[in-house]
Design a protein around this ligand. Structure first.
Ligand SMILES: NC(=O)c1ccc[n+]([C@@H]2O[C@H](COP(=O)([O-])OP(=O)(O)OC[C@H]3O[C@@H](n4cnc5c(N)ncnc54)[C@H](OP(=O)(O)O)[C@@H]3O)[C@@H](O)[C@H]2O)c1
Length: 270
């Protein structure tokens, strides 16, 4: 069995590699990377490293050769028209290489999203379905990292978390938990032709965030809804489904996802 992983140098990819190494031997894993000079750690661990650039289809044929399972991590390009082409290259190459099982990191509840990335994820899923390759769609929730743009340190300093008004609910998770779940899918049998919504099992609110900030800082932090607030993130959040939840990730992990309080520690200075 060889598990081939694209985007293996990325933040999610490297966490998945770490979890995989706990479950299978290094000679069963192949790391596909765009910058092989940044993958020396993998070589040292006995992992084969292959050059893989979604913009260079010829590189993909060799990258995916012999893959029993191919984990395709979605491109990080910010232009979704370019991403669509890149994703098509990956899917065509997977078909040519006769990959036995294609797993794709999609986005949670994409059918309810109204922005270009959600259309892109759905289009990619459909393209994968056309190949007839057994698939698994790993629909990742928004990373909890988004809290980093909400001004958490300022909220602690001023005792007030100011947010745009609305009935906001969040199903976010950490990359670490996603990596645990995805590594489980990659190393277990029985996940072919399944779609997993890898979200938190219960949504959290901005009030929960204010409480977590108070707990972590040992200072009172209240929540204030402020219609004057200027932050691009609210336009984005309002157009994706951040409220629907699923127990898929906890089932795959075999335990609870990381708590909100624990997840946000790395985004505050205190
Ligand atoms: N769920 C969410 O909240 C969320 C948020 C942001 C992004 N995403 C999506 O999830 C993916 C993984 O997230 P992440 O945090 O690991 O992102 P990341 O750290 O930016 O990693 C993206 C990986 O994709 C690789 N890549 C980009 N363009 C490529 C190309 N043309 N050919 C081959 N590889 C290419 C990058 O290679 P290099 O290492 O060479 O740059 C990198 O390893 C992202 O790519 C994006 O599609 C999800």
């Amino acid at each position: 069995m060889s598990i081939v992983i694209t985007g293996a140098n990325g933040k999610l990819g490297s966490l998945i590699m770490k979890q995989l190494l706990k479950k299978v031997s290094a000679d069963q894993i192949i790391a596909c990377v765009r910058q092989p000079d940044k993958a020396e750690e993998y070589l040292k661990q006995g992992i084969e490293v292959r050059f893989c650039d979604y913009d260079k289809p010829e590189s993909l044929d060799q990258s995916f050769a012999g893959a029993s399972k191919l984990l395709f991590i979605s491109s990080s390009n910010t232009d979704d028209t370019i991403r669509l082409r890149q994703h098509a290259h990956v899917i065509e190459a997977a078909k040519k290489a006769k990959v036995e099982h294609l797993l794709f990191t999609s986005f949670a509840f994409p059918g309810k999203g109204l922005i270009s990335p959600t259309h892109l994820y759905l289009a990619t899923e459909h393209a994968i379905l056309t190949t007839g390759i057994p698939y698994t769609f790993l629909r990742n929730a928004l990373y909890t990292d988004f809290v980093g743009v909400l001004g958490l340190d300022a909220a602690i300093a001023g005792g007030e978390l100011s947010v745009y008004p609305g009935d906001w609910k969040f199903n976010t998770v950490t990359r670490h938990d996603l990596a645990l779940g995805i590594a489980a899918v990659l190393t277990e049998s029985g996940h072919e032709n399944k779609t997993y919504e890898l979200t938190a099992p219960h949504s959290w609110t901005f009030n929960d965030l204010a409480v977590a900030l108070s707990d972590l800082s040992c200072k009172p932090v209240s929540l204030r809804q402020n219609p004057q607030i200027q932050n691009w993130i609210y336009g984005f959040l309002g157009k994706i489904n951040t409220s629907s939840t699923s127990s898929d990730l906890e089932k795959l992990i075999g335990g609870p996802v990381t708590s909100l309080k624990e997840s946000i520690k790395q985004f505050i200075a205190t």
